[in-house]
Ligand binder design. Structure first.
Ligand SMILES: Cc1cc2nc3c(=O)[nH]c(=O)nc-3n(C[C@H](O)[C@H](O)[C@H](O)COP(=O)(O)OP(=O)(O)OC[C@H]3O[C@@H](n4cnc5c(N)ncnc54)[C@H](O)[C@@H]3O)c2cc1C
Length: 507
């Protein structure tokens, strides 16, 4: 994993998670079955192995790698998700419910809460969504009214993962204050008066989830996370950290879908030929492998950016959007390759389909990620374009530079398409750099990465050319005629030809 910039310790961690998942965690999960509840034995096992404390500062009982919080989170989630998404859910939820304390809490809150996270003594949840405010976070109506010594919370949160099992929750509610300053985040103990938790939602994939009704629930001022008015910052900051980790889970699921499909394709014969020898199946398998590769590059870039203390909102959105949608495609194709077994209960890929599907919805739907990416993509870039996609970026820039182009880019639907183009461009540049690094170190995966680099560049070219063609249809004045065609001519080989070459190297 040299291409991802992981340290030797981090690479060892990935191997440890693989080993521990197979030997211990998956058997516990299998015994627990498809219950819609948190498996406390899994929490304990992962705590005993030190997983919850890996990225927590040592003064709170952790191992002190807090400067690599996001990267470690992604490694764990990718590898747990590969083996069993249900195990990942149990792991991931603990961080989702505590990252606000890690990043925004004061010392007293961290000292009181984080040791219980590290030791697996408590289960945590993060409550933002309401019956009438999901994507529209600002539309929440739960209030926290200031009273003597604290606040009284009233309102309803729903679709809250872990709610029926949680011992502690981070809850975001409206407080006095205008605009973005009118929200605050609190630590809430759901066993106290004024909190009713209902287990009233049943999802397709096994998942502890429910609704929380607050009725004049009192919280002391000391339960405020950050200052009054910081709630939106806390909520969006949590998502900034967590979205790449959902992407990491999705990459794990894509890899798993690939491996299970390959196993079937190598074993099953039709008309005397193995499925794995049929061109159509080879294309599907190679596409899954390529998707896992470039999505992984986006995921670990977002995590590294956040760990470096830089703003990573757009990169986080790209990684979550690309990886979760790729996982859905991969699982779909894996089910096709499985045939009837792909939709049969008891086959891993059938359960994978239920897990993968929901990942495009929680922590911001794909549509919301496209809005975030598209909004930033309409701004002119600050750096000069370099690398393999420079000519594509310059073509897009010429659209941004014209008045008619800017008018078209003010449409949400156009921005959403631009978001997909931006992801394809970044993926192409990232994988090209990875392929170069592997070639320099004579890594035996270099040839495969070089093919994925070529493929992602063709995909980025087609994606940019399609957008430009579409814009030209909407308004002929938007670009100089022929731009899309001349761009297309820069991509020489067919994606299918590249994918078949890749398949030759994969098994
Ligand atoms: C498995 C699971 C676990 C979850 N866990 C949690 C949790 O732990 N804590 C928590 O707070 N929430 C949780 N949620 C809730 C989740 O975050 C919301 O479901 C999600 O944000 C979408 O909100 P919604 O369901 O209300 O859909 P809506 O916001 O009503 O969206 C409906 C559709 O409209 C689209 N849409 C909305 N706004 C726009 C727009 N401006 N432009 C274009 N399209 C738009 C959406 O993309 C979607 O396709 C969970 C959900 C699931 C499925």
């Amino acid at each position: 994993m040299i291409e991802l910039g992981l340290t030797a310790d981090e690479q060892e961690l990935a191997a440890d998670v693989d080993e521990f998942a197979v030997a211990t965690l998956v058997p516990i999960a299998e015994e627990f079955g498809e219950q819609h509840a948190i498996c406390r034995d899994l929490v304990t096992a992962m705590a005993d192995r030190g997983y919850f404390g890996l990225n927590i500062a040592s003064e709170y009982g952790g191992r002190g790698n807090d400067h690599r919080y996001s990267t470690l989170l992604c490694i764990l989630r990718e590898h747990l998700g590969y083996h069993e998404p249900g195990v990942d859910f149990t792991f991931g939820l603990q961080g989702l419910g505590t990252v606000a304390i890690v990043k925004n809490g004061d010392d007293a809150q961290r000292s009181a809460i984080l040791p219980d996270l590290v030791d697996g003594k408590k289960v945590f949840a993060f409550a933002v969504t309401e019956p009438h405010a999901g994507s529209d976070v600002r539309g929440m109506t739960t209030t926290a009214e200031p009273v003597d010594g604290g606040y009284r919370i009233s309102g309803t949160k729903t679709y809250i993962s872990g709610a029926p099992d949680a011992d502690l929750m981070v809850v975001v509610a409206r407080t006095p204050g205008a605009g973005s300053a009118g929200y605050s985040a609190f630590v809430v103990d759901p066993s106290e008066a004024g909190v009713e938790v209902r287990q009233d939602i049943e999802l397709g994939a096994p998942h502890s989830i429910g609704t929380i009704v607050f009725t004049d629930h009192f919280v002391p001022t000391s339960s405020l996370i950050g200052a009054e008015g910081d709630g939106l910052k806390v909520a969006l900051g949590t998502l900034e950290v967590y979205r790449p980790s959902v992407g990491a889970l999705a990459v794990g699921m894509t890899r798993s879908a690939y491996d299970h499909a390959l196993e079937i394709a190598l074993e099953r014969e039709v008309g005397g030929r193995r499925l794995a020898d049929l061109e159509v199946i080879r294309l599907k398998l190679a596409r899954m492998w390529a998707d896992a590769t470039w999505c992984r590059a986006l995921v670990y870039r977002a995590a590294a950016t956040r760990d470096a203390g830089e703003r990573s909102v757009v990169q986080a959105a790209m990684s979550k959007l690309a990886a979760t949608e790729a996982a859905c495609r991969a699982v779909y194709e894996s089910q096709q390759i499985h045939g009837a077994r792909g939709v049969t209960v008891g086959y891993h890929v059938e359960a994978l389909a239920r897990h993968a599907r929901q990942a495009t919805i929680y922590e911001g739907t794909s549509e919301i990620q496209r809005l975030i990416i598209g909004r930033s993509a309409v701004e002119p870039p600050t750096d000069e374009a370099t690398g393999p996609t420079a000519h594509l970026r310059q073509a897009l820039d010429s659209i941004r530079g014209s008045e008619v182009g800017r008018a078209l880019l003010s449409n949400d639907s156009v921005r959403a398409r631009l978001a997909d183009v931006c992801i394809a461009l970044d993926a192409a540049d990232l994988v090209a750099a990875q392929a170069d690094r592997l070639a320099e170190t004579a890594d035996d995966r270099a040839a495969r990465f070089a093919l994925v680099a070529e493929l992602t560049l063709v995909d980025a070219t087609d994606s940019a050319a399609d957008l430009i063609t579409d814009l030209a249809r909407r308004s002929p004045d938007v670009v100089v005629g022929g731009t899309a065609d001349s761009l297309r001519r820069t991509a020489v080989r067919s994606p299918d030809v590249i994918l078949l070459d890749l398949a030759d190297l994969l098994w």
